[in-house]
Design a protein around this ligand. Structure first.
Ligand SMILES: NC(=O)c1ccc[n+]([C@@H]2O[C@H](COP(=O)([O-])OP(=O)(O)OC[C@H]3O[C@@H](n4cnc5c(N)ncnc54)[C@H](OP(=O)(O)O)[C@@H]3O)[C@@H](O)[C@H]2O)c1
Length: 287
């Protein structure tokens, strides 16, 4: 079958970059949008869009004829296991051949981190299916800095609970590049890849990169993990997510070294986005 790809999550952060790469590469693909308002800008840029939502299975099923590969991403939420496993079931019935799934670093059934457990359950389900798969497990995104945007604009500071630890933060545009390769070749099928940035960096490094790019003096303010947990909950972050993010930071601080995996290079042979690139590209937003 000629490769025709359905992009699920194409209106999100990674998905939007992936769509650009698919267009540039002349790929035959269609994007799932959950509403007409989300579909319109995509259609206006010349893309083929279908309206549907995981969980509303008839809205998906009717569009799966002729789909060879699915890129699968939904936002982190308790229902993600039911949504993604349901899609895997439907894909098998409708003769889809392959799924490229965005998971997360540390995905593992029964992990005390909810997100890792949920992604782990989906990974296991996908591996046990009859489908070909590629699983990409990204490390923390550079773009998570956008969650601190109001604070950076108001106070030229952001609060985090990672101490002095260095982690290989990854730019979502690089995750899109790795996803593209996983879609357009079968060389990486039936394997799992850890997608990190090119080198471990601290939040002080990120603050320095943002300061240089914006011309402001942006500070990383270290807070204890429990203060971070309480602060996120008070700011309206769902309780399970605040716990997950705080517990992840605690775990990252405890383990000694977080090196780059090399899997991005393996898949793409491309140069990675650095924190300086990220800071330059987003400088107007953070200024
Ligand atoms: N942030 C991190 O540091 C990090 C690290 C590792 C892994 N991850 C993983 O990366 C993924 C998030 O990536 P992202 O930031 O690019 O996502 P995102 O911007 O939050 O976008 C989520 C996408 O999923 C779509 N979606 C949600 N529910 C859907 C449903 N029921 N049916 C169809 N589409 C649905 C959304 O559509 P709408 O536009 O309509 O909402 C949107 O396109 C999560 O799986 C997360 O666990 C994140």
């Amino acid at each position: 079958m000629k490769r025709r790809t359905l992009i699920i999550g194409g209106t999100g952060t990674i998905g939007q970059s992936l769509i650009g790469l698919m267009q540039k590469g002349g790929e035959d693909f269609v994007v799932l949008a959950r509403s007409e308002s989300k579909a319109k800008p995509l259609r206006d840029s010349g893309l083929e869009v279908i309206i549907g939502e995981l969980g509303n299975w008839p809205s998906i099923e009717k569009h799966l004829d002729g789909i060879d590969t699915i890129f699968l991403l939904t936002n982190p939420a308790p229902e993600q296991v039911a949504l993604q496993n349901g899609l895997i079931d439907l894909a098998e019935v409708k003769s889809v051949r392959k799924i490229v799934k965005i998971s997360a670093l540390g995905a593992k059934v029964s992990s005390p981190i909810h997100l890792a457990d949920w992604h782990g359950r989906i990974e296991e389900y996908l591996k046990a299916s009859s489908l070909d798969y590629v699983i990409l497990q990204p490390h923390s995104f550079m773009q998570n800095m956008l969650m601190s945007l109001p604070m950076i604009k108001q106070q030229s500071a952001f609060y985090q609970s990672l101490g002095d630890s260095k982690i290989p933060l990854v730019d979502t545009r690089d995750i899109a590049k790795a996803s593209y390769q996983a879609i357009v070749t079968d060389d990486y099928n039936n394997s799992t890849y850890v997608i990190t940035g090119g080198e471990p960096v601290s939040y002080d490094d990120m603050a320095n990169a943002l300061s240089k790019a914006t011309g402001k003096n942006i500070k990383y303010i270290r807070i204890p993990v429990d203060a971070h947990r309480i602060g996120m909950k008070e700011a309206g972050v769902p309780s399970w997510l605040a716990d997950d993010l705080a517990n992840m930071n605690a775990a990252l601080q405890k383990s000694a070294k977080h090196e780059a995996s090399g899997d991005f290079e393996l898949l793409t042979q491309a140069r990675q986005v650095t924190i300086d690139d990220f800071a330059q590209d987003y400088a107007d937003i953070f200024r």
